[in-house]
Design a protein around this ligand. Structure first.
Ligand SMILES: *Cc1c(COP(=O)(O)O)cnc(C)c1O
Length: 399
């Protein structure tokens, strides 16, 4: 029996053909596929500008750079996230801080964010855990009143949305984030192998992100400086390029972008399948006293969320087994599981660097003790879903 992982990419013959076509062509990188992918992705999520990058960690790093965040600035994020949401702020020398999660929907507690606000806070990284959007209008109100930016980490929620004031908004396509990041790592909902996207409604932020993505160099004539006639840079021929800022190589290739475009065409179907699997799980697990299903912040978001993870909270004490034992038992039944995530403030580097430790974010720490992510990916057959459900039910303590 094949073990189901907690996630798995879907790469089909159409994807493979799209990649091969680029491999036979003239541009492996910096060609037309990148721009086409950016345009199609921006249109899909409702963003004005999309900047393709080598991974979402680079997208978050770029967001910090274009926001001009640095030493002396504080950046607040959720402890229940992948390391990169926090690390990006540390890369630019900012102080990384954590605001605890709401115990119901597992995202940043916006009221707590406001109560704990410190005046040196320059940005909030709002992580859409599992794909469910944060309370973006509230977070934006808190941050913007105090002169801080909002960066939405939507790495889990590509193609998803949320309700606010009578209409649907999309992650990356609403006015309550200054920038939004997406990941195309293979465990995420669509993949380019490695890859990411930074989207924004702001043309100036996008322009700076493009510049810094590729060494801070621009070949665009209209952006070049005028030099006096006796300066060596006065002569501007076809070779001419100008480094205007200290940038990086955060580029996505044409090969990867072709895969991204092909994957994007299938995104909507995948989201529907993921939502269907989540609905089956929610129904099957609703009555279990020792398992808490993911809860929605807004009931109307049920038909809009793009689910990346299906993370439940299990009462291991009530089951009379440790998490290690439960994971082993599920594995023997062909069901792979994962723990996402270890609260970031508890990582050794964060303890050493900032003196953080247990007790800083009690809700995230309590959740961590019970967290388990079950298999969720679009290629799961109905019998795979049934297998997971039966395996979870088989954990029940015998009465
Ligand atoms: C995966 C992930 C990232 C980093 O994405 P990469 O493309 O692997 O760099 C950042 N934030 C969150 C929430 C993620 O899940």
């Amino acid at each position: 029996m094949k073990t189901l992982g907690y996630g798995r990419h879907s790469v089909g013959e159409d994807d493979i053909a799209a990649v091969i076509e680029v491999l036979r062509g003239d541009f492996l990188t910096q060609g037309p596929q990148v721009e086409a992918f950016e345009a199609e992705f921006a249109a899909r999520v409702g963003a004005a500008h999309a900047v393709a990058v080598s991974n979402a960690t680079a997208a978050l790093h770029l967001a910090m750079l274009v926001a001009e965040i640095g030493p002396g600035d504080r950046v607040v994020t959720s402890p229940l996230t992948f390391l990169a949401s926090a690390n990006a702020a540390a890369y630019v020398g900012a102080t990384v801080d954590f605001c605890d999660i709401d115990p119901v929907h597992y995202n940043l507690d916006a009221a707590l964010l406001e109560r704990q606000w410190l005046p040196d806070t320059k940005a909030v990284v709002a992580v859409a855990y599992a794909g469910q959007a944060c309370e973006m209008p509230k977070i934006a109100a808190v941050a913007r009143q105090r002169g801080a930016l909002v960066i939405e980490d939507a790495c889990h929620g590509v193609g998803g949305g949320f309700w606010h004031e009578g209409r649907e908004w999309q992650l990356g396509g609403h006015p309550w984030a200054d920038m939004t990041t997406f990941s195309f790592h293979p465990v995420k909902t669509m993949t380019t192998g490695e890859g990411g996207m930074l989207v924004t409604q702001d043309a100036e932020l996008a322009r700076r992100a493009r510049l810094l993505r590729s060494h801070g160099v621009t070949r665009e004539l209209s952006l070049h400086q005028d030099w006096p006639s006796d300066d060596p840079l006065h002569e501007k021929g076809s070779w001419y390029y100008e480094m205007q800022a200290l940038g990086y190589n955060f580029r996505l290739s044409d090969v990867q972008s072709a895969l991204g475009r092909s994957q994007l065409r299938k995104l909507d179907g995948w989201i529907l399948r993921r939502r269907d699997i989540v609905a089956r799980y929610q129904h099957a697990f609703a009555e279990l006293g020792w398992l808490r299903c993911p809860a929605l912040r807004e009931e109307r978001d049920r038909s809009l969320i793009s689910w990346h993870l299906y993370s439940v909270a299990m009462d291991f004490a009530a089951l009379g087994r440790t998490r290690v034992e439960v994971m082993q038992q599920l594995r023997e039944l062909g069901v792979g599981t994962q723990v996402l995530y270890i609260p970031v403030h508890l990582q050794p580097w964060y303890r050493r660097q900032y003196g953080y430790g247990p007790g800083k974010c009690p809700q995230a720490e309590a959740l961590y003790a019970s967290l388990l992510s079950l298999p969720l990916f679009p290629a799961m057959e109905n019998e795979d879903v049934e297998r997971v459900i039966a395996a979870v039910h088989s954990l029940a303590p015998r009465s």
